[in-house]
Design a protein around this ligand. Structure first.
Ligand SMILES: Cc1ncc(COP(=O)(O)O)c(C=O)c1O
Length: 416
């Protein structure tokens, strides 16, 4: 890639700069917008959202204050209300538009820290954590690593967390919840990154709220199950939680980077995030920076607005249903071809084993170098597996069948 060398002494013409970037940079990209990219949990960016992104870039809005970008602040308000409706969350929640589920977990957990300590007469924003009443944090053993990072960044530590067991699909066992007293936060997951399984969130909320604990839901992609009748039972009771983290750049298919933190009682989000100074006096209207960790930033809600306006409620439901059906198609044909599916395919995630660990690893490598489709690897309950995550609007049944032909051809060859 010939993008390096010494810092140019003199500038180059803008067209020449972009031409070089295209020539040298484009070959260094990964085709995540393809309908046959099934790695990680990566959406494909709907065309309307890419165009909205370009428009917003041309506007170059600083979305921190209403005064600096009325359109950014208004899109945030509109989109937040639409998302609460779509994801079956309570009206009137507060929300922040952040880079992804990592920062959404951080933001929502900062609100949880604020609220649980306030309940114990402690102002953590003013007085910090030294000498604060301890907060009990409970997670399932399948907690996503970004929740642990968020807890670490918030000074809640990884080693003092209470970890409770999960079932064969990675769901937290509600019957294993400990008795809680004092400030407590329970981190629940809807959409396990390997299996797609969802914790019994309603049951956990019931138990938690009897003990005044805060329930935070990491629903990076799984929260979107609430949008379709065939899967909404997986997130039943999710609206009873206190905060939620989700991504728009995964299953909603908007460009990177786009996540949303949602908090039932907006006062706690503001309590954790709001700042003022002589030149930053919040007005009556939405001031985005009062809800999130960032100040100056781009207008992320614009692309989410474009996705929701472009798809509508029905289009979102079609997208979620279609990708779940594609995942089932993968699982059914791979099983019929004699390969082991390791998870109950409840959402858009499939885990397949091609035999011994080294065989599965070899198959994954061969699939990646064949180039028909892209899938990554993982380890599930000690077993090496290939992950197929169907998250893109662009994936068609033909893409699935073409990918399946390649996977089965390669696996049959490598497994013998
Ligand atoms: C359950 C869960 N939480 C959090 C994340 C982190 O999301 P992001 O990379 O958008 O920050 C992921 C990513 O796959 C996830 O699956």
């Amino acid at each position: 890639m010939k993008l390096g060398g010494p810092l140019p002494e003199h500038g180059h013409d803008a067209s020449a700069v972009i031409k070089l970037l295209d020539e040298q940079g484009s070959p260094g990209t990964v085709g995540t917008t393809s309908g046959r990219f099934f790695g990680f949990v990566v959406g494909g960016a709907l065309p309307a959202t890419v165009a909205a992104h370009w428009l917003a870039d041309a506007w170059d809005q600083n979305a921190c204050l209403y005064e600096l970008s009325p359109v950014a602040a208004q899109c945030e308000e509109i989109v937040l209300a639409w998302l609460l409706d779509l994801l079956r969350l309570p009206n009137g929640c507060g929300g922040a538009f952040v880079t992804g589920a990592q920062m959404a977990n951080f933001t929502a957990l900062a609100a949880a820290r604020h609220a649980t300590l306030l309940d114990a007469n402690w102002n953590v924003e003013e007085d910090g954590l030294f000498s604060a009443p301890p907060i009990t944090v409970v997670v399932g053993e399948e907690v996503h690593v970004t929740v642990l990072k968020a807890l670490a960044m918030l000074g809640l530590g990884r080693n003092r967390i209470v970890t409770i067991p999960t079932d064969s699909q990675g769901r937290m066992r509600a019957d294993a919840l400990p008795r809680l007293s004092g400030p407590a936060i329970i981190c629940v997951q809807v959409g396990n990154v390997n299996t797609g399984a969802c914790d019994p969130v309603g049951e956990i909320c019931d138990a938690a709220h009897q003990q005044r604990a805060w329930v935070h839901v990491d629903g990076a992609f799984g929260l979107w199950a609430a949008t379709i009748p065939t899967r909404c039972h997986l997130t039943e009771g999710v609206g009873a939680a206190d905060s939620w983290a989700t991504d728009a750049h995964k299953w909603l298919n908007v460009p990177q980077d786009s996540g949303i933190a949602i908090v039932r009682d907006m006062r706690h989000l503001r309590g954790a995030m709001a700042i003022t100074s002589s030149y930053l006096q919040p007005g009556e209207r939405r001031e985005p920076m009062q809800y999130g960790p960032e100040s100056s930033r781009r207008a992320r809600a614009v692309e989410i607005w474009a996705a929701l306006r472009n798809l509508g409620r029905q289009g979102v439901a079609d997208l979620i249903e279609r990708t779940c059906q594609h995942a089932k198609r993968f699982a059914d044909r791979l099983r019929s071809a004699g390969f082991e599916i390791l998870n109950d395919v409840v959402l858009n995630q499939v885990l397949v084993s091609f035999g011994e660990s080294d065989v599965t690893k070899r198959v994954i490598e061969a699939i990646q170098s064949d180039g028909t489709c892209w899938c990554g690897g993982t380890v599930w309950k000690g077993c090496t597996a290939m992950r197929i995550s169907v998250s893109s609007w662009a994936t068609t049944e033909t893409d699935v069948d073409r990918s399946l032909d390649a996977i089965i051809r390669i696996a049959s060859r490598e497994a013998t």
